[in-house]
Write a protein of this length. Structure first.
Length: 328
């Protein structure tokens, strides 16, 4: 399918713009005549007024395009958490993720075409795994303050909802396409930096979906699990973070297994993306690569002043990983 201009008049039809002051958006209502079917690109839910500045609460309804076709003319895309999945008893089936702070403003038309080109999902007779994943809400923003959203579910059958009751396949292409476009945009911008610090509590585990091996951390936390039931954390200074960044850029070093059998590194990149990685023998997966710290950095990590042992939550100890206490 091809994106349709929001201002296009259909033959024999009338386009009427209606200002809805209560929510500060413009809805376009098309009235056809005769037997002509007029595409409906109006939103099926109100658009939050502050969507251009930040993500809305994950629980609110999404303004899908009513006919499943994104209008052309979008100028930006913001990635946010979609509605969280819960059981009838309120148990979380999937945790959220750390949404990027920046908004994509380059290559937006390509993403509109990608979404509109997704084929309908074949649902008859298919079997999907029962693992629930994060739900990615892509908000397409328009110059007049309007917005439309589509929802990609990274769990189950990995469907993309483009309108109520309308599922499309191939959502992985949207996930990859947005991430590539955002990383390409960042290559021409200055990172804002952050002083936000990640803790080691297993309850606090959302990570960024923007996967890259070219990482530069702004803050880093080193985590250990000394007795299997309690964790300890140590925070790196700015100078130590700079040392770790140089070590990451230098690439993995080959050495025998030393140090603690299990540890974890958490931190925020200079773009504000939250990274969580764990490994044995100080081998950590970062993006699509692996960081094996040099002996000097291992000594630096092992020499950190660690905080007191903290108990993990009861739900974690009982093994209920989907009740807000995910496993490492």
């Amino acid at each position: 399918m091809v994106a349709v201009p929001r201002s296009r008049l259909l033959a024999g039809g009338l386009a009427v713009a209606v200002l809805v002051a209560a929510v500060g958006i413009v809805l376009v209502v098309r009235v056809g005549s005769g037997n002509l079917a007029a595409p409906d690109h109006s939103a099926v839910a109100p658009v939050p007024e502050d969507i251009a500045a930040s993500c809305p609460a994950p629980g609110r309804d999404l303004p899908y395009p009513a006919d499943g076709v994104l209008p052309e003319g979008a100028v930006a895309v913001r990635l946010c958490n979609g509605p969280l999945l819960r059981t009838d008893t309120g148990q979380l089936l999937a945790t959220g993720f750390d949404a990027p702070d920046d908004v994509l403003t380059t290559g937006v038309g390509d993403l509109v075409d990608l979404v509109n080109g997704l084929e309908p999902a074949v649902t008859e007779g298919r079997l999907c795994h029962s693992i629930a994943g994060p739900r990615f809400a892509y908000w397409f923003l328009y110059p007049d303050g309007d917005a439309r959203a589509v929802l990609y579910d990274a769990g189950g059958c990995r469907d993309t909802t483009t309108a109520p009751g309308r599922l499309a396949g191939g959502g992985q292409a949207l996930e990859r396409g947005f991430a590539r476009a955002l990383l390409a945009q960042r290559a021409h911008e200055e990172p804002p930096g952050t002083d936000e610090v990640a803790g080691c509590n297993p309850n606090d585990a959302p990570v960024s979906p923007i996967v890259t091996s070219d990482l530069a951390f702004a803050t880093l936390t080193y985590c250990t699990l000394p007795d299997g039931s309690r964790y300890r954390e140590g925070h790196l200074t700015a100078a130590q973070v700079a040392t770790a960044n140089r070590d990451i850029r230098a690439g993995a070093s080959s050495r025998a297994c030393t140090g603690r059998p299990f540890s974890m590194v958490r931190g925020y990149t200079v773009w504000g993306d939250r990274v969580v990685t764990s490994g044995t023998c100080h081998r950590y997966r970062l993006g699509r690569g692996t960081w094996t710290p040099s002996p000097r950095v291992v000594r630096m990590l092992e020499g950190l002043v660690m905080g007191p042992p903290e108990k993990q939550c009861a739900a974690f100890k009982r093994g209920h990983r989907n009740q807000g206490c995910p496993l490492w």
